[in-house]
Each structure stands twice: as structure tokens, then as C-alpha cells.
Design a protein around this ligand. Structure first.
Ligand SMILES: Nc1ncnc2c1ncn2[C@@H]1O[C@H](COP(=O)(O)OP(=O)(O)OP(=O)(O)O)[C@@H](O)[C@H]1O
Ligand SMILES: [Mg+2]
Length: 335
């Protein structure tokens, strides 16, 4: 299964998540669909509050109250994870789907040595001897660039970068097939961030896991991912292979995000005013395109008719966007 590139590892269909608020439901993720093949790296980007972390947590069903999954399917390796019982979902978490969060390093247990934390995870899920688990823990620390000589270290004896690497080692301990990285290096300085991402990419090539990589940094995503999906106010508005997305973004929101990003490679001019305004209130989203109010290209239709996600006309069918500027005669698709 793992090696068959035609199989989908993950097929998220019309996923909706709401937060209970003041007796009502506020939909933070609204009918979002995307897929991941084995070993594929998909980036997920969009402004703060657009629903990225809500999706990251929804996939392995780690959302807590007041969040409620209100619709859709999360088909992982052929099984809808939203339809299985708690025992089955616990078996999938960490073994098949692992998560690394921005502050994952703070989730390390401060009073346990790294070896104990890694051995715990390994032995909790795998029937191996303590000796074998310690050996695997050492290998994992080597893999993430900490080195097995730090096995006996406590988290406070490590730098932030090392702690985040340790969190990555724990996530990889059971050889998951999907690793969800939610802003995994944002809290670190850029040099350490770059080092960790380069190593992660190397590990991904070696171990072959798929990655859902959440970041607001499109330049970073373009280097690290195969494809990028852009969210706006709970909806997916564009998705494409990474370089075509950077060089040929279609949705005015994606273009605005790119124009607002700091220019690292001389491709764009820096413009902090490229995206004036703020996303709509999710408790009362506008009826048409959610971006219309901020969009300089908005037409009348945009204010009342929500554009479906469609392939760009005449272009690569994997480049899809939800924008009336392009929607003419194709059918709605999954990203
Ligand atoms: N516990 C909560 N209770 C109520 N609303 C929430 C809760 N957590 C998130 N939300 C709302 O859900 C929406 C999506 O939040 P989410 O954290 O998924 O966004 P994000 O894209 O990850 O943002 P960021 O880039 O800031 O991490 C936001 O409007 C947020 O206010
Ligand atoms: Mg987030």
C-alpha cells in the first residue's frame, strides 16, 4: 500500500468543523476537501484564524470541546476515521498519524529523560523489550540530529531547537505514514528552523511518510512541499503543485498573500498593503465569495454566489481555484 503512488493515503471530503459559542455553532472549517498520496508533502497556508490548526487536529480526531466535527469524511487508508470507535482511533494516532505542533517542545515531560519518553511511546504501542526500545530511541535521536549521547538528557538541558527535534523524534517513533506538522518551527530562529526543515525533508525521503505541513510562510512551504492548498475564512480557495502556485497563483487572495510576504528571492516586491482589511466574522459569513469584500477584482456575482473549487481553464487539472474570475464551464473537484 505504502509504495503505491496511485493509492490515496488520505482523502478528506467536505470536512466541516464548528465551535460551539453562545448557544450556536460557528463554522471554522467549511466543507474542505483535499487528498494526500503516500509520501506526498502538502502545505496548508492562509491567514491566522482561517482554520489550519482546526483541520490538523480534526484529522486524528484530537479536537476538544467546544469543537465539533459537523460533517464530512476523513478517509485514511480506506477507512473513514470519523466513523470508527475510540479504540480504533487511538490505534491510528501516533502509529499511523503523528502530530508535531509549534509548541510541541513544551509538551515534553520535564521530569523524564528523553530516553524514558521515547521508550514509553515505543513500548506503549509496540511489543519490544526495554533494550530494543532503548536502541530504537537512540536511533531516533541520531535521525533527528540530536545524537544518541543525549538520551539521558532532561528537556531543560536542551536548547529550544533540540527540544523541538526531540518532539519530532517522538512523532516519528512508530514510523507513522502521515506526519502533521503545524507551524513546527515557527518558535525557533530562522537558522535552526531551516536546519530542522532540511533534516525533516531528508527523513521524509528516507522513511517515506506523507506530510501535511501547516505554515503561514509560503516561500518556506514552496521549498518544502509538493503541493500547496490555500485557505481563507474556513474554505479552501486554491490548490496547486507548489512552484506553479508560487509563480502562477490565480486566486486574488493567494496573490495578495504572496505580495504581502517578505521577498526572499527577488521575485516579488514587498508590499505590506497587498492585503488590506480582515477576514469576515465566521459567525455570519457573507453569502458569496468570502474574500469579495477585500478583493479588488470582485464582481457583482462574487457578492451573492459562492464560487466552487474548479480546475483553471486549459491549465493543469491539479491547479484548482474557487474564484468567479475563472469559473466557467468545468465541474467541481477535490483538491
Ligand atoms: N477553542 C476555540 N473556541 C472557539 N473558537 C475557536 C477555538 N479554537 C479556534 N477557534 C476559532 O476557529 C477559527 C480557526 O482557528 P484555527 O486555530 O484553526 O486557525 P489557524 O488557521 O490555525 O490560525 P493561526 O495561523 O493563528 O494558527 C478561528 O476563527 C478561531 O477563532
Ligand atoms: Mg494554527
Amino acid at each position: 500500500m505504502r509504495d503505491n503512488a496511485d493509492e490515496l493515503l488520505l482523502d478528506v471530503r467536505d470536512l466541516s468543523v464548528a465551535y460551539e459559542s453562545g448557544g450556536g455553532l460557528v463554522t471554522a472549517v467549511d466543507r474542505v476537501s483535499f487528498t494526500l498520496r503516500p509520501g506526498e508533502i502538502l502545505g496548508l497556508a492562509g491567514e491566522s484564524g482561517c482554520g489550519k490548526s482546526t483541520i490538523a487536529l480534526a484529522l486524528p480526531r484530537l479536537l476538544r470541546s467546544p469543537a465539533v466535527i459537523t460533517g464530512g469524511q476523513v478517509v485514511f487508508d480506506g477507512t473513514d476515521l470519523l466513523g470508527v470507535d475510540d479504540t480504533a482511533i487511538r490505534a491510528v494516532r501516533w502509529r499511523d498519524i503523528a502530530l508535531v505542533f509549534q509548541n510541541a517542545m513544551n509538551a515534553l515531560n520535564p521530569v523524564l529523560r528523553l530516553s524514558a519518553q521515547l521508550v514509553d511511546v515505543i513500548r506503549h504501542h509496540d511489543k519490544v523489550s526495554a533494550e530494543q526500545a532503548r536502541e530504537r530511541a537512540g536511533e531516533l535521536l541520531d535521525l533527528v540530529g540530536i545524537g544518541r549521547d543525549r538520551l539521558r538528557a532532561y528537556p531543560h538541558q536542551l536548547s529550544g531547537g533540540m527540544r523541538q527535534r526531540a518532539a519530532i523524534a517522538i512523532a516519528l517513533a512508530l514510523r507513522p505514514r502521515l506526519v502533521i506538522l503545524d507551524e513546527p518551527t515557527t518558535a525557533l530562529d530562522v537558522v535552526v528552523q531551516r536546519e530542522i526543515l532540511d533534516e525533516l525533508k531528508g527523513l521524509q525521503g528516507e522513511l517515506g511518510f506523507a506530510v501535511l505541513f501547516v505554515s503561514h510562510d509560503l516561500e518556506l512551504l514552496a521549498e518544502f512541499t509538493d503541493r500547496i492548498a490555500i485557505m481563507y475564512a474556513g474554505r479552501l480557495v486554491e490548490a496547486a503543485p507548489s512552484l506553479p502556485l508560487l509563480d502562477g497563483a490565480a486566486h486574488p487572495y493567494t496573490r495578495g498573500l504572496l505580495a504581502a510576504a517578505p521577498d526572499l528571492h527577488g521575485r516579488r516586491s514587498v508590499s505590506r498593503t497587498a492585503l488590506p482589511g480582515t477576514p469576515p466574522d465566521l459567525s455570519a459569513p457573507p453569502p458569496g465569495c468570502r474574500f469579495a469584500e477585500r478583493c479588488e477584482k470582485a464582481m457583482d456575482v462574487c457578492r451573492w454566489d459562492e464560487p466552487p473549487l474548479l480546475p483553471l481553464n486549459g491549465a493543469d487539472p491539479t491547479h484548482v481555484t474557487a474564484c468567479h474570475l475563472y469559473s466557467q464551464d468545468s465541474q467541481e473537484v477535490h483538491a
